[in-house]
Design a protein around this ligand. Structure first.
Ligand code: ADP
Ligand code: MG
Length: 250
């Protein structure tokens, strides 16, 4: 395996109740790439991201994350160093002040005692404050998380990722629940931070326009297979039209 590949997938196959969700998928991703996964609903984007996150075990095929096999990735501490996840529904604890949600990015590093103590006296507060500054929420650290808007909550999730510092960020439709202006704002911050931190990003997206604007590579999935895999600037209107065309009923 070439060492510059941070992800290598070979013939990944996943079925749900006998129905194929991913069909013999092979690809590799280099460190620092920003990959957008696009494709119609049901194409397999979420399944692929959950497989890369080692939440779903492939039925067949092999997967290496930074040269570690699927089995070696089961160590929780190790996993948190390698992979960070961000989702459409933010996964924040609404009732807690913002700073606690940011510090949740550190939990896999901390002992149980330190984690509990942090709920009363936030530990490593400066780290969290710096992360909040970088996402433009420096003044919101003590605010109850549920009082923030959707766009701000997703930026809290980005600050949590900054504190966690994983090498790879997997994001499943991270802006799907935001209005277009907030969506672009969050994507612009996410891709900027990933660039500054020299991380690798793989994101599923509805918006082809944002995929082309903010990502270096676009992998299109359809029916659990790779439909095309191109540098973002090479994806044509024709490629996109045929990707999303409705299949004729037979
Ligand atoms: N937990 C599950 N149980 C059964 N079928 C599933 C499950 N998750 C996904 N699928 C099926 O796998 C296929 C791919 O789904 P998904 O990965 O969610 O696609 P996408 O994220 O591109 O919309 C779909 O046919 C979907 O119905
Ligand atoms: Mg999905």
């Amino acid at each position: 395996m070439a060492s510059s590949n941070i992800i290598e997938a070979k013939n990944l196959k996943i079925q749900f109740q006998g129905k194929i969700a991913l069909s013999s998928l092979s690809f590799s991703i280099k460190k620092g790439e920003k990959v957008a996964l696009i494709g119609p609903s049901g194409a397999g984007k979420t399944t692929l991201l959950n497989t890369l996150a080692t939440i779903i075990k492939p039925d067949e095929g092999e997967l290496w994350i930074d040269q570690l096999s699927f089995k070696e990735m089961q160590n929780r501490k190790m996993l948190a160093k390698k992979l960070g996840m961000i989702r459409q529904q933010f996964d924040l604890v609404d009732q807690l002040p913002v700073i606690h949600n940011v510090l949740a990015g550190k939990l896999s590093d901390w002992s149980l005692f330190k984690s509990l103590l942090s709920l009363i006296y936030p530990q490593e507060k400066i780290l969290a404050m710096n992360a909040l500054e970088r996402v433009g929420l420096g003044d919101k650290w003590s605010e109850k998380t549920s009082n923030l808007s959707g766009g701000e909550q997703q930026r809290v999730a980005l600050a949590r990722l900054l504190v966690q510092k994983p090498e790879i960020i997997l994001a499943d439709e991270p802006v799907a629940s935001l209005d277009p202006a907030r969506a672009e704002d969050v994507l612009a911050i996410l891709t900027k931070l990933v660039h500054e931190e020299k991380q690798t990003l793989i994101t599923s997206l509805h918006s082809v326009e944002y995929a082309k604007k903010y990502f270096t590579r676009i992998i299109a999935l359809r029916d659990g297979m790779i439909y095309f895999d191109l540098p973002a600037h090479e994806v044509s209107a024709k490629d996109l039209a045929s990707l999303y065309v409705l299949k004729e009923k037979v």
